[in-house]
Design a protein around this ligand. Structure first.
Ligand SMILES: Cc1cc2nc3c(=O)[nH]c(=O)nc-3n(C[C@H](O)[C@H](O)[C@H](O)COP(=O)(O)OP(=O)(O)OC[C@H]3O[C@@H](n4cnc5c(N)ncnc54)[C@H](O)[C@@H]3O)c2cc1C
Length: 441
């Protein structure tokens, strides 16, 4: 199936899931007398916000078909936006009711009837999720702490919102509406249990061992891992997996990492991850993963992959650790004897912040590869590109038929935004630009 058709199919499913409870309520209509327009509008918003909030579980639950269709960063962006839309619907739901005279104390989760309390709990939990996600970096909330808050608040929303709709006994007086609400709640909780409990348990039977942990310089290490007692994992170059480290997959820290080795099969089924020290886990735990350490790998995921569109060549734009998936793409092209032209723009602060120097030079010989380093703070002897990747840097190196190439951009957020804008500005079709963002939240 073409990607656009698949996208359309997923979107139609999403829309259907979002609208079903409202239509079930409309069809059931258990009210003998017509009600005020304010109330009806408010209830309609609630019946859309409820499935929107619950569908968020599907967006983050690592469903491979979804991730392969859109790419994880696109899904996460959609997840964030839909969270804000759902919050707006919930707030409007309350405001419309208040507009017709409902009193503000109904927002108190500690007093009043359970029907109202559960609604207030759902509202405050939704606010907590959105606010903690928006300000996480600014208030330096640790990722792991934020994750715990996020999951706890999400589960609270499912239970409280379902209870609120059922207990308020409006449209939910109809058995079909109660059935839909409870069914949606159960599916959301099942999805959370699947990816938080069942999935890690299945990984327990598929351990991996670290076979090498190399220092690449520039605060970067490459971990080579090999499956133990199973066939490992096949992937497409550019994809990523979650690396689980710790005593058991259930208690492990899970970090998304692009594979940096070739996707071509190897006898050992070994794969590489190249990891930059950016925080607690990558700076302290990764160096301690000595050969023999046990880890788990959950993947592959993502759509940052070559071959989805016919292309006459590839342009890879890497910033910093964004080189990791590019190494996998280049090694894979080499292993399958691809002769198409490939251009790699590799942006870094200076030469000392780059990795894989010798390997990239050797790939230049075995592939039709042109390597363009762009150093923001190069020393006086540097003869290559300086500063940032700009339109003139791109134009100096892109071939004349660049609009028929496929583009891959991975690096710091600001650099990715700027590069995407530049590429679109010089006429590269949007569908040929692939991005992978390393900061999901
Ligand atoms: C699709 C994808 C592919 C990635 N590939 C690579 C790669 O090949 N090499 C590489 O060095 N890094 C990669 N990253 C980034 C990597 O996941 C983070 O750098 C790493 O998790 C940092 O963890 P930390 O505890 O060391 O740092 P922290 O300081 O705790 O985190 C730094 C940032 O990383 C993100 N992060 C932290 N923990 C997690 C987590 N458990 N799950 C998701 N995000 C988290 C958060 O945005 C956080 O602000 C990738 C990220 C994504 C989303």
């Amino acid at each position: 199936m073409q990607l656009s058709l698949r996208g359309l199919a997923w979107f139609s499913l999403y829309l259907t899931i979002t609208l079903v409870p409202a239509f079930v309520a409309l069809a059931a209509d258990p009210f003998a007398l017509p009600r005020s327009g304010f109330v009806e509008a408010s209830v309609a918003l609630a019946f859309i916000a409820f499935p929107l909030l619950l569908a968020q579980f599907a967006l983050v639950s690592r469903l491979r078909a979804l991730s392969a269709g859109f790419g994880t960063d696109v899904l996460m962006q959609f997840h964030r936006q839909m969270g804000i839309v759902a919050l707006a619907f919930v707030v409007l739901h309350v405001l419309l009711l208040a507009g017709r005279g409902a009193s503000w104390p109904t927002l108190d989760p500690f007093s009043g009837s359970w029907a109202m309390r559960s609604g207030a709990i759902a509202l405050w939990s939704t606010l907590l999720i959105v606010a903690s996600s928006v300000v996480r970096r600014r208030v330096r909330l640790r990722y792991e702490a934020w994750q715990v808050i996020h999951l706890a608040a999400a589960i609270t929303i499912v239970i409280a919102a379902s209870a609120h709709i059922v207990a308020i006994a409006g449209y939910s007086r109809a058995a079909s509406v109660r059935g839909a609400v409870i069914g949606y709640g159960a599916v959301a909780l099942a999805l959370a249990t699947w990816y938080r409990v069942a999935r890690p348990l299945t990984l327990m039977r598929r351990p991996w061992r670290v076979v090498a942990n190399r220092d690449e310089g520039a605060s970067t290490r490459t971990l080579c891992v090999r499956p133990e007692g199973h066939d490992g994992m096949t992937f497409t170059a550019g994809q990523f997996a979650w690396l689980l480290t710790g005593r058991s997959p259930l208690l492990a820290q899970q970090h998304p990492l692009s594979m940096s080795s070739s996707a071509a099969p190897n006898d050992e089924h070994a794969i590489d991850f190249t990891i930059k020290a950016l925080g607690d886990w990558s700076a302290n735990e990764v160096p301690a993963l000595v050969p023999g350490s046990r880890v788990w790998v959950d993947g592959p995921f993502g759509a940052f992959t070559e071959g989805r569109q016919p292309a006459q060549g590839l342009v890879l734009v890497a910033g910093g650790i964004g080189i990791s998936p590019m190494r996998s793409i280049l090694r894979t092209l080499r292993d399958r004897g691809d002769v198409r032209p490939v251009l790699l723009f590799y942006a870094a602060n200076d030469a000392s912040r780059t990795v894989f120097g010798d390997e990239l030079r050797s790939l230049e010989r075995s592939l039709n590869l042109t390597l363009v380093y762009v150093f923001e703070h190069a020393n006086g002897e540097w003869r290559g590109e300086r500063g940032r990747i700009t339109e003139s840097v791109l134009r100096r190196h892109l071939p004349h038929h660049f609009k028929r190439f496929q583009y891959f951009v991975c690096g710091p957020g600001g650099m990715m935004d700027a590069t995407e804008r530049l590429l679109i500005g010089i006429g590269v079709p949007r569908r040929l630009i692939n991005t992978e963002r390393f900061d999901l939240v």
